[in-house]
Write a protein of this length. Structure first.
Length: 278
């Protein structure tokens, strides 16, 4: 099956990287949030700037990654990964700690990293200047994802912005093409895709489980509230969580999709059935 999972990010570090096990060779891990921007999409009214998690636990790029600091402007070529993990939250009633099992965390794993500039002085001069630099010079390339995957859930149509715009959501199965030795037993990822406006209507009409598609889009990271029932006092409460999806600029239907001819045949058949009932 065709395999493609490529991400390019150009953005600046929101904070200094968190470095785990810095003195243990081969066991060092580094993660940070990278602020990016994306192009406009018809019908999409989410955040213009996206803060995306970057995670690396390899050895080849580690010396360069460990020298990065807050507000460094960098260019990353990488792949997206989704890992299962347990999430800890605190009950608002009794203060007990509870674990949400089998949660997910999405991040970009770098294959290549280039530092373009340091923008600490720009931030000190004007706190909004780093974002304006992104918008003026890197908007076309700051947050780009190209993935090929198979639709693994039936497309669902919902209305957003108080019913003004259609949104079609579905899940993809994306085979990994880049081997990460620390995740050697994971061979595929399952991201959600949220398409909007005319693209949403096309997706809802043409896609089905088993359709192979190419998605050209950006990564969206949203703050959400997740529900938890306290194991100690039984109280249901909400805790801060995050959801990550792909929002397409464009989608190419590669195989096993519903064609225009099939749609026309179904419409004619339904019309005949209605006439026969009259």
């Amino acid at each position: 099956m065709a395999t493609h999972n490529q991400v390019r990010l150009v953005g600046f570090l929101k904070n200094n990287p968190q470095i785990i096990n810095p003195d243990q060779e081969g066991e060092t891990k580094i993660l940070f949030l990278l602020r990016t921007i994306h192009r406009e999409i018809d019908g999409y009214h989410g955040m213009q700037f996206q803060d995306l998690m970057v995670y690396y636990d390899g050895t080849e790029l580690m010396p360069k990654m460990m020298n990065l600091t807050q507000f460094d402007l960098i260019d990353i070529k990488g792949v997206f990964n989704i890992l299962s993990l347990n999430k800890l939250s605190t009950c608002s009633g009794c203060g007990n700690k509870n674990i949400k099992y089998n949660g997910t965390s999405t991040f970009v794993y770098p294959i290549a990293v280039t530092k373009l500039n340091g923008m600490q002085s720009a931030y000190e001069h004007d706190v909004e200047l780093p974002e304006r630099i992104l918008e003026k010079h890197f908007k076309e390339v700051s947050n780009q994802a190209l993935i090929i995957g198979t639709v693994v859930s039936e497309p669902e149509m919902v209305m957003v912005e108080n019913g003004k715009f259609p949104c079609c959501r579905y899940r993809l199965g994306v085979d990994r093409k880049y081997y990460i030795k620390t995740q050697g037993d994971i061979t595929a990822d399952y991201p959600w895709v949220y398409s909007y406006a005319q693209q949403a209507e096309r997706d809802f009409t043409h896609l089905k489980k088993g359709t192979l598609i190419l998605v050209d889009g950006f990564i969206q990271n949203r703050k959400i509230k997740s529900r938890m029932i306290c194991q100690t006092c039984g109280k249901e409460y909400l805790f801060d969580d995050a959801a990550t999806e792909f929002v397409p600029y464009a989608i190419e239907y590669l195989s096993d999709y519903v064609t225009d001819e099939e749609i026309a045949m179904n419409e004619r058949r339904q019309l005949l059935e209605m006439n026969n009932k009259i």
